[in-house]
Design a protein around this ligand. Sequence first.
Ligand code: PLP
Length: 302
Amino acid sequence: MYNEISLQNSIIQPVIPHLRDSPAVECEVLRLDLIHPVISGNKFFKLRFYLEKALQEKRKGILTFGGAYSNHILATAYTGKKEGLQSIGIIRGERPALLSPTLQDAQELGMKLVFTERDIFQKMKNDQAGLETDFPDFTIVPEGGYGIPGMLGASTIYDLIPKSRYNWILCACGTGTMMAGLLHASSSEEKLMGIPVLKGYSNMEKEIRSLLPPEDQTKNIILDHTYHFGGYAQKTMELIHFMNSFYQSNGIPTDFIYTGKLMFALSDLVQKGFFSHGSRILAIHSGGLQGNRSLKKGILAF
Ligand SMILES: *Cc1c(COP(=O)(O)O)cnc(C)c1O
């Protein structure tokens, strides 16, 4: 799988977040969506150390958790197949009559899908010891790759970012693992801002903090909770229109679950004058485009 990842494709390109005569700030996007068609974006980074652990410990497979649209589930299924590891996906909720395109793909890649009622799902997720007893040959990867290995993997995203160039780095947050990794790696010159895509996820800051070692605890965790568009995997026509116009101006496709909301936030904050004059801002395009397959055909211009 590693030989299929093309980190050199992760170009940085300038974007116009919002059409204006003289932008007072410079915005650029790190295109992690281009490193691989399936394990796109941050999922490769978050999985890499879990995977190394599974291979080193000669495990039979990897077991993880997720919902119907989870990029993490699909990335794990793909990784498992490529590395000759079995994969088990514990999926939140009952088996639907029709599997989402994400779950269909995961299943075709050989992942065993185990549909689990919501409260049991929560219990299983939090019972690491029980899982290790029940699946002794499997490496357990928490939902979304959340955990220290996931954070350390995500911190390697920072290697692709030119040093001392940006005042601000923006990323979307699901579990916050990617943001924790970026915070861990970042220098004090850069401010990081996370855009949570879940509604009212008030524990996010705590979850991020608990992944950080003591020396990072003084770093600022800045989150803007106002761009969730109704919650995880929720959307409005305003968001879809924005994604289309962002694509038309910049040639960059985004997904409606994470990166569309992130670019909207970037654009809106620039427009509102949140960033001081002359700021240089980098937004992380963390991939996830496959999630758009659950949208009605023709709704997106790309
Ligand atoms: C999973 C995912 C995220 C969120 O990453 P976390 O580390 O869980 O916060 C952001 N963007 C995309 C495209 C993702 O697939």
